[in-house]
Design a protein around this ligand. Structure first.
Ligand code: GLN
Length: 202
């Protein structure tokens, strides 16, 4: 069975755990470096990126996670998790995991419209729009050459990206009933497992 870790230092990790279990995967809450062993992928939830990145450093998870993320291990960050995966983030005093060649702006929607919901077109998930929940969300300001844009708002601001093994969404698929982003991530995980077993049988 596929075993996915969910970083459980702060934020809405429990919601990711329930979606993963609903989809038939094993979900492991991760708070200590030992809990990273035997995982096929990792989700970094929404929450507060300053707190998550500070605790990651304090709990000795930052180094091993940085190594995994840069070594084709599948990772997905939602909202604060996107910030933690970005190479550069505005207003963040702790180092990020730099798994995605993007620059993100934290709290990009300001105080007045800090939370909203909208239907997004996400061609990688099929024709039906994805109902996206944004809560004090970041946006992607710059994307590197290898980064694929999966979704943007009508004004062009980028809100979902993928770069090989790393996926990031500025919104919270774990807070809706639409499991397509979780299934998409599980497909990324499955594709990597296929590559590993092909390499091993050579
Ligand atoms: N505003 C938060 C941050 O900067 C992210 C909010 C969220 O994850 N919902 O980390």
């Amino acid at each position: 069975m596929t075993r996915i870790g969910v970083l459980a230092l702060q934020g809405d990790f429990a919601e990711h755990v329930s979606v993963l279990r609903r989809l038939g995967s094993e979900a492991q809450e991760v708070r200590r470096p030992e809990e990273l062993s035997g995982l096929d992928g990792l989700i970094i939830p929404g929450g507060e990126s300053t707190t998550i990145s500070r605790l990651m450093t304090e709990y000795d998870l930052a180094q091993p996670l940085r190594r995994l993320a840069q070594d084709s291990f599948p990772v997905w960050g939602t909202c604060a998790g996107m910030i933690v995966l970005a190479r550069r983030a505005t207003d963040l005093e702790w180092p990020t995991l730099a798994a995605l060649d993007i620059t993100v702006q934290r709290n990009a929607f300001g105080r007045q419209v800090d939370s909203f919901e909208t239907d997004l077109s996400v061609p990688a998930l099929g024709a039906a729009p994805f109902h996206a929940v944004f809560i004090r969300a970041p946006t992607v300001e710059e994307v590197g050459e290898d980064v694929e844009v999966l979704a943007a708002l009508e004004d062009g601001r980028v809100v979902a990206v993928r770069q090989r093994n790393a996926l990031a969404t500025a919104f919270h698929p774990e807070l809706t009933d639409d499991d397509r982003f979780h299934s998409y991530f599980l497909e990324m995980v499955g594709a990597r497992e296929g590559e590993i077993s092909r390499d091993a049988s050579r």
